[in-house]
Design a protein around this ligand. Sequence first.
Ligand SMILES: [Zn+2]
Ligand SMILES: [Zn+2]
Length: 495
Amino acid sequence: MSPDTFSNAVKDFQSFAGLNVTGELDNETLTTMTLPRCGVKDKVGFGSDSRAKRYALQGSRWRVKDLSYRIAKYPRNLNKKEVDEEIHKAFVVWSGVTPLTFTKKTSGPVHIEVRFERGEHGDGDPFDGPGGTLAHAFFPVYGGDAHFDDSEKWTINSYRGTNLFQVAAHEFGHSLGLSHSDVREALMAPFYRGYVSSFELDEDDVSAIQALYGKKSGQGPNPTSGKKPTEPPPSDGEENELCNDATIDTIFNSAEGITYAFKGNHYWKLTDESIAPGYPRLISKSWPGLPGNIDAAFSYKNGKTYFFKGSQYWRYAGRQMDGKYPKRISDGFQGIPDDIDAAMVWGGNGKLYFFKGSKFWRFDPTHKPPVKSTYPKPISNWEGLPDHLDAALQYTNGYTYFFKKGVYYRFNDRSFSVDPADPPFPRPAGYWWFGCRAQSKGGITGETNQDGVDDDNGVRLWNSERRQGISRNDDNDITDIILDGGESIEQDTRI
Ligand SMILES: [Zn+2]
Ligand SMILES: [Zn+2]
């Protein structure tokens, strides 16, 4: 490393940490570098140097206001009740200034899972023992979970140890979509600065979270609130091509957390309610260089989106092709066959899964070879799923969805089976995903008044509730069921 490079790196750090920008490793810089901190990466050096110091948004957010959480694994040195209270207080920090609500659940799927873990704990980002990294959390697009290093001495209302409430409030900021702020006093600054007896959010934190979710009602207009759930979705069902035949080629989330459905040469942007006005649009216009009739797509943790067709694949950074593509699947995804049906990053373990015919392959980029010799395996291992899938998606509510010939299945990553529900899966994708009328051709018409559907009055369920459906109501506390093994995974799983 040249002296210039070194000095610039020090300057970046100083600027980000809110220190005097000298480029020299002075005492204050060294001290700051050794402060315990959050393990989520800083967005250093983004924007211009003259940028006013302020918060940073990661780019994704939850599309529902009522979020749930579970403490799936408690710390060793505190009692459960105290932990429950501190975690609750940490969520209240954010629900106090936004319309968000947080409900603690003890079973079933939740939006945000909280775990206290030591060392390697299954997401490729091991904790480092006392001090250093205290915790990390995943942004909404990556699931929202928050992990705390159980090697720390977590404390409550004390100057000793590490204050659980403050660190939890910080991590939940990430779970909600905030990156680190370069405002030193902000809760979202990356360093832990010790216990504060009368905690208050910085103005910077409040502006950040309200930029994503708006203000709490009663605090003035809400700039980001969407349609109210009671408003019917656009009644353009009849014009919508997806309502005639809801079969799709692929469905995926962009790195920004927007869901797109592809079919032939067209694509649709999905909203919470149905599909956005002004769609379909041409794939070739929005993703220059990408052909139609795509087989499969997903966005990976590196923020890139991958598209597969025939024997080739394309990588995009947003709407820009990310280098020279197409490339051969056999080169970039060694061990994965051509002509795949569906692909996804599975929320259960963050690994890549490819589906074709009656088989599936697991792909782990850090393994050599990336596909183990035990693959392919039968799709019937995924209890309740059919062969010959069209598409697979992990949606922003945390569930995994599989699509086939106009219907879809909701898969529960924890019970590891298609969810039992009423009406049962598979359900018609047109009605539940694309804003089509309930009685449309080929649709199952079981969704009658009991589900709040009243076609005569045009009153419909909000689609995000439709998609979530009725969750399974049992008391099994099922944790961490994964397809096989729990070997460590790629280094870059943090965000
Ligand atoms: Zn952080
Ligand atoms: Zn973790």
